[in-house]
Design a protein around this ligand. Structure first.
Ligand code: APR
Length: 248
């Protein structure tokens, strides 16, 4: 890894008034959570159309079989990796103010990050499609699918944002505000292909922030948005970056 880019990036974070991180599936790959795109990606094995809001309404039982397999069984056992822990450490030492994540795996919070905006929602709770009540996932059994509301018997939907579903208004507002106010934005493990989430780094850039990208491969940001492109695994580079921020 060319150290001058890492050292420069670390200096920028150390001197930054407000740093945020925008993360995607790539930051959880080293926790065993498969990405959506690229080799072995989920969308090369499963049909994303099953995660459309319309498909879910038409046949919740069929959608739930896939949702459980992809987002509960596989992800449920995942643990935060060194990349998540490095971001939590930067926050703890005052060098990172917020994480905006596209991930629904809850691994940033499990790693200790306090300010996390879940742009695509979360698997940690569900909502009844009939009475609109919310329930923590651990209080709902998934033996029978679709899971039904314990109060009114309606179908429960996980609080993840389905394709063609709007982003939760408050999260969208807060995340956009963070992007506008930061002067450094880390962009970690994302192809940058999914709207409107992918606009967050552009909003930061247009507000004058420096973009530091960490990815094993090029992304939609690499050649015209990222000011620094640290190529490599997040689980290796983020701890190294966090270390250099601290040692000064
Ligand atoms: N370290 C860093 N980056 C990695 C690693 C790693 N160990 N492994 C993979 N990557 C990178 C890939 O190069 C790719 O750029 O992570 C990215 C994964 O891309 P996607 O699977 O497209 O994930 P993401 O960009 O988060 O997808 C956005 O698409 O389907 C929707 O809602 C879903 O939130 C998701 C959104």
């Amino acid at each position: 890894m060319a150290n001058y880019a890492l050292a420069n990036a670390a200096r920028l974070i150390r001197e930054s008034r407000r740093t945020i991180a925008f993360t995607g599936a790539g930051i959880s790959v080293e926790s065993g959570v498969p990405p959506f795109r690229g080799p072995g990606g989920l969308w090369s094995r499963y049909d994303p159309a099953k995660f459309e809001m319309g498909a879910f309404r038409r046949n919740p039982a069929e959608s739930w079989v896939l949702i459980k397999k992809l987002f509960y069984d596989e992800i449920g056992k995942a643990k935060p990796n060194k990349a998540h822990l490095a971001l939590a450490g930067l926050e703890e030492r005052g060098f990172l103010q917020a994480v905006i994540t596209q991930n629904i795996d809850g691994l940033h919070q499990k790693a200790g990050s306090g300010t996390v905006y879940e742009y695509h929602g979360t698997t940690s709770s569900m909502q009844c499609m009939k009475c609109r009540r919310h329930f923590p996932t651990e209080s709902i059994g998934l033996e029978k699918l679709p899971p039904l509301c314990p109060v009114c018997g309606g179908v429960l939907k996980p609080d993840i944002v389905f394709f063609s579903e709007p982003i939760p208004e408050e999260v969208h507002r807060q995340a956009t505000l963070e992007a506008r106010q930061c002067d450094v934005c880390l962009v970690v493990g994302t192809t940058g292909e999914v709207m409107p989430a992918c606009r967050i780094p552009y909003v930061a850039k247009n507000s004058g922030a420096t973009i530091i990208e960490i990815n094993i491969d090029e992304s939609a940001y690499t050649y015209h948005t990222s000011d620094y492109f640290l190529q490599g695994k997040a689980g290796l580079l983020l701890p190294e970056l966090a270390e250099q921020v601290g040692t000064g």
